[in-house]
Design a protein around this ligand. Sequence first.
Ligand code: SF4
Ligand code: SF4
Length: 391
Amino acid sequence: MPRDFDEIYPTNDKYKQFDYRNNAFGRAARAGKAGYSDPEKKAERIRKKIPGFSLVDYAFSGGALTVAQASHSGRGNQNSGFYSWSPLGVSIFPDGVDKWSGSPKEASRMVRKSGKYYGATEIGFTKLDKRWVFSNGSDGKPIVFENVEAPYVTDEKSVIPESCKYVIAITVPMEVEEMMYAPAAMNPVSSMGYSRMPAVAGSLAEFIRGLGYNAVPCGNDTASSIPIAIQAGLGHVGRHGRLITWEDGPMVRIAKIFTDLPLEQSPIADEGIIQFCEDCEKCSKLCPSQSIPYGPRTYEGYSEANNDGAFKWYCNADTCLAYWRDIGSGCSICFRVCNFTKEKGPSHDIVKWFIKNMPFLNKFFVWSDELLGYGSMKDPKKYWEQPLKSD
Ligand code: SF4
Ligand code: SF4
């Protein structure tokens, strides 16, 4: 009998909705610390000819962020760009027709098919759990639910209709090949993921609006993506604090959409990922800032950048971000080295079968992964000499 979400991820009475202003970026900004992509330091690294930090490398990862930034969607700019809470006027619901009607099962199939066509890796559905909605957005306004027809924002608050009782969790792909160059500045993988998120979530939101329903698309904003993705059956959270899916490991980014289109609850993903992380501390050992914990899951984080009260592994977001500042780039070593970060293939499918069904062999797979050298950093000087996988 599969366990439900609260059995696997209990919360205690310390848990409260997260204030988004308290994330590591917000805390660093309040403390007057420079961002990790300081232009002066970037120029200095280029002049010093540090491998992986050349003009070409920086331009490559900068280009990957274009859709996110130039569309004003960012990594999750609440109610902005393709994450607009109002219709973008692309897929227009016509006057004089009834809104689409059908069963939650039919709606789920349709939304999943459309989302995957727009570029999602996977799509899952869950009932809204308000624990994961941020108490306040990055602009400081409270995020509240009211009995209203459509979402709206005033100077005082951001309002989502109470009728939006369903959440669509969306994963978009990140490439294993390019991730192997982390933590060089040339690694475009996260940025490309951030560009894919609003493209897919914005398109899917317009599809739902075209059927006559509300859609509130989000990136990293508005609510915590990982518990929503877990409740929507997409995976489980690993020791490094990232979502791990059975198909793609941690190599996904997550967007989500709140909607009043009734959808069918997805079943929770097979267990085995947390049990594997209990036997593996590879990311803890290899994290350069020692921000990933050893030992069992707890209810307590390191600072207000974490949100105490949920049973999980807490990554120290402040020390992680400080390391990014030191190297002048997002790090992502924990993505690179994770045992679940693998190109697809039958041998890895067999290992996953063992992880799900024979967890007493986990330590053997941890040992063999290390022996075979998976997750080692590739030489960024050689990236531009390699053919693309598809060539
Ligand atoms: S991104 Fe780098 S510094 Fe941050 S937790 Fe992962 S490995 Fe550690
Ligand atoms: S490296 Fe190991 S412990 Fe860390 S998240 Fe991946 S599987 Fe879990």
